[in-house]
Design a protein around this ligand. Structure first.
Ligand SMILES: Nc1ncnc2c1ncn2[C@@H]1O[C@H](COP(=O)(O)OP(=O)(O)OP(=O)(O)O)[C@@H](O)[C@H]1O
Length: 501
């Protein structure tokens, strides 16, 4: 190990019961280096950086930090050695204010006579946001109910407040809208210029190549490649990830809107104070209606309000065929609507229940026999079929959701609705955290549901995704609709950004 290297890992192994999550992993990170880590869902990326961050102990192997043995017993221990991490799953405590979350476990420095000075703590937290040029967050507010993006920024401020020599970022970009992604890229550059190192995990191959110096590829828990970012291509990385050539386009090839005239859902003047204002649109049979915008544009609130999860002060969400208004999520469910939220851990999945439970629960009505009898065989078949179809990486269908990797949770989050008889599907960032192979599969499923006449509302922070899949695209800014673009009009990033900003 030379003086240029900050972290060296030799033959690291980690098991979870029968799962060999990391196999003899060896790699190193230089000072001032931005290192990318990529691999299919469940390939062992989070497990690896969790060991570096002191969350899990290793089973065998060696880690050297600045040439000295490194064996963190906890994240605090790792912090003391100059390493901090933003986890993939949300790591803020909802019942505490944002400012306190920035200094979680470290409030002692603001305590006098046993009382924490919130004023001093919030001042220090605000300084962190300022220092690292992060978007402002209401520090006195509880984090419960805040958007994922805002909560991620709080976690980032917490990780940066340690002034880390090595920062670990586990799939943070996919939680951010375009403007905050740009801020993150600038932050990474700044850290590099300060001689600090960063390990970045993302499933966006192009982004990874653009923002890193080198990339380590994992497959089934093993390192299968280590390349300089400047000398590689997305195709080479994907080939290393899956062990074979991945070809073909994910997205729709046609450039014309293609849906029936029949309106499925009509939304008029929908207003949720502080979130969205006077939002009106129709979505048709077989249509994919995209929504995009920067942070605070309100796109995610549209999805919630349509599904009856936010109470509007004005306006209506009406099922065109029956003329019935959707006021609650129970009504939406009864009317064969489904909603896949961006925040899968808090809003969608029963995280402590099994894959089996999560797949079968939404379809219990469909699976009922004549006398209301539920056939255990049918239930098991459904869960097994969906697990296979979506290639959920697990030990068996009775494995708990919280033991799955992030991307595999997302597969269940989406797949649980696909067994149902639907007429409208609201998807909020459906490909968040999934690898390129699964992404392609999800787009194929969307094409299938479209062909069946199901209406889809596709809310996304990924412009390429909405441009690739939508028939029409609604652009929002500050809670209002600022433009609607059809697939056969100027359907390009430039024109959308023009309306977005
Ligand atoms: N706490 C746990 N208990 C049991 N198994 C686990 C646990 N955490 C991870 N695993 C398993 O270890 C393997 C690697 O998971 P890991 O989260 O490291 O993958 P990943 O590459 O980060 O995936 P993703 O891209 O989906 O986030 C998976 O098979 C996963 O189910």
């Amino acid at each position: 190990m030379n003086a240029e290297t900050i972290l060296e890992i030799k033959n690291l192994n980690k098991y979870f019961g029968p799962t060999h999550a990391n196999r003899n992993i060896s790699f190193s990170v230089k000072k001032g280096e931005i290192k990318g880590l990529i691999g299919e869902n469940g390939s062992g990326k989070s497990t690896l950086i969790s060991q570096i961050a002191g969350l899990y102990p290793r089973d065998s192997g060696e880690m050297l930090l600045d040439g000295r043995d490194y064996c963190p017993r906890s994240p605090t221990d790792a912090n003391c050695r100059g390493i901090s991490m933003v986890m993939q799953e949300l790591g803020v405590v909802g019942s505490l204010p944002a400012g306190v979350n920035v200094f979680l476990g470290r409030t002692g420095q603001f305590t006098k006579n046993g009382v924490v000075s919130l004023k001093a703590l919030n001042k220090a937290a605000a300084e962190q946001f300022e220092k690292w040029n992060l978007p402002k967050v209401p520090l006195n507010k509880l984090t419960d109910g805040m958007m994922i993006e805002t909560r991620k920024m709080i976690e980032l401020a917490r990780a940066l407040s340690v002034d880390p020599q090595l920062l670990l970022l586990d799939e943070i970009t996919q939680s951010l809208s375009m403007n905050n992604r740009t801020k993150l890229y600038e932050l990474i550059k700044k850290l590099k210029s300060m001689g600090r190192s960063v390990i970045v995990i993302t499933h966006d191959v192009e982004e990874l190549i653009r923002i890193t110096d080198s990339i380590t590829v994992l497959r089934d828990g093993e390192v299968v490649g280590d390349v300089a970012s400047a000398g590689t291509t997305p195709e080479e990385i994907k080939r290393m990830m899956v062990g074979r050539e991945i070809s073909g386009d994910y997205y729709r090839a046609d450039m014309k809107p293609d849906y029936k005239d029949d309106v499925v859902l009509s939304v008029s003047d929908l207003t949720v104070p502080g979130e969205i204002e006077d939002v009106s649109f129709d979505v048709h049979e077989g249509e994919i209606l995209g929504f995009c915008g920067l942070s605070d544009s309100g796109i995610h609130s549209v999805g919630k309000a349509v599904f009856g999860l936010l109470k509007p002060s004005r306006g209506a969400v009406r099922l065109a065929a029956e003329g019935v208004d959707i006021k609650k999520s129970t009504g939406a469910l009864r009317s064969n609507m489904a909603y896949v939220p961006k925040d899968r851990d808090n809003e969608a999945l029963m995280i402590h229940a099994s894959i089996f439970d999560n797949f079968t629960l939404p379809s219990l009505t469909e699976l009922q026999g004549g006398a209301g009898y539920l056939s255990p065989k049918k239930l098991k078949q459904l869960a097994a079929d969906m697990t296979k179809k979506l290639s959920v990486k697990c030990t068996d269908i009775y494995q708990a959701m919280d033991a799955l990797s992030g991307g595999n949770k997302q597969k269940v989050n989406l797949g649980r609705w696909l067994a149902k008889d639907l007429r409208l599907l609201v998807l909020d960032c459906p490909t968040r955290g999934v690898d390129v192979g699964v992404k392609a599969y999800i787009y194929a499923l969307m094409k299938e549901t479209k062909a069946k006449g199901i209406a889809t509302i596709l809310i996304s922070d990924e412009l390429t995704e909405v441009l690739g899949m939508a028939d029409r695209l609604i652009v929002m800014k500050d809670g209002r609709v600022t433009g609607t673009i059809r697939r056969d009009e100027d359907f390009t990033e430039q024109s959308v950004i023009g309306v977005m900003i």
